[in-house]
Design a protein around this ligand. Sequence first.
Ligand code: CTP
Length: 401
Amino acid sequence: MLSGKRVLLIISGGIAAYKSLDLVRRLKGCEAEVRCILTSGGAQFVTPLSLSALSGEKVYQDLFSLADESEMGHIRLARNADLIVVAPASADFLAKMAGGLAGDLATAVLLASDRPVLVAPAMNVAMWKHAATRRNIALLEERGVTRVGPDAGNLACGEVGEGRMAEVPDIMAAIEEILVPDTSLSGRRALVTSGPTHEPIDPVRYIANRSSGKQGHAIAGAFARIGAETTLVSGPTNQPNLEGVDVQCVETAAQMLAACQSVLPVDVAVCAAAVSDWKVNSPAASKLKKTSGVPPVLELSKNPDILASLGQAGNLRPALVVGFAAETENVAEQAGAKRQAKGCDWMLANDVSAGTGTFGGDENTVHLIDDGGVEDWPTMTKSQVAERLAHRIADYFSHAA
Ligand code: CTP
């Protein structure tokens, strides 16, 4: 599948550089074209001769080499690749990438490139956990850099923990994912709800649920990436715009329901929104003032249940209806009961009790409940949960077809 694809491999300084030799070998085995840039740190661990022998190409090392610049200048190196892979990516190299430095050939190429970039970090566990590295990684991911690993285990420095470079087959899989796009949901229509709803009390105040929209937005993005025609119906959030997704912004649960109904029919609906269960019956037309001295009494009534209405939408019912259950105790049990009550096919239960950091955080621990029982997923970033769910759904449709 990688035949003819052009991979530019940057090898920075780290003991894991020895695995990059195997990476070159495997890429060549798939008939990919591989060019290597070896940083001065990388050259402490592997030789240009081994890389050149394996890649069948000249190895590039020097930004100011007259011969290299006249033959294949750094700007052409930057543009002539389908993908740039940095493996291993040391803490120092990631910091340089995040800072936009361009003092050597590898960093100059990255700065001059508009190609997709995959990094395979490798470093000591404390370096990986350090706030500076965390920030650099977050910044790079925000800019669209993809990451594979690091894995946990015995580190070359004698310590144990996260920091080992991902194994070569995992790096190969990540490369394939980028270069051979997965279109397993193409031809499918998907609807996702995300964020909170705001139920007005008066023009200034509202009732809302806690929700950053991170998980729902990530799911819509993951669906679109693998080819689904995706509509995201979102309450107010600060999430960035999503490429390739039709985003419909709403405020209240009633608006969210109407927007969802207008999108039907869809093949799959995922309700990740934290919909307010209640609304104020008669919101005040003007701001409620304290001057009367009497706190207002709010008369509430129940909001429509969007998930349940999709689960019971008759012949417009999506083939797969998926809900999220935010629970603070007996998570799987309560979520299973909600799945039955709302008539949905899959329920993703997540623990939102104090201390889990789920609300507003980047990680989520979910349990997928379907007719077959409960499947525990490991703690993952919300993006990873989204990717896994999207692939799980693609798998469902490939078997249902
Ligand atoms: N949901 C919905 N419309 C509502 C309430 C909830 O679509 N009015 C959806 C959510 O998007 C989520 C699922 O129902 O997919 C479960 O939401 P949750 O807040 O966990 O449960 P509730 O139904 O609100 O029940 P409770 O507050 O009693 O736990």
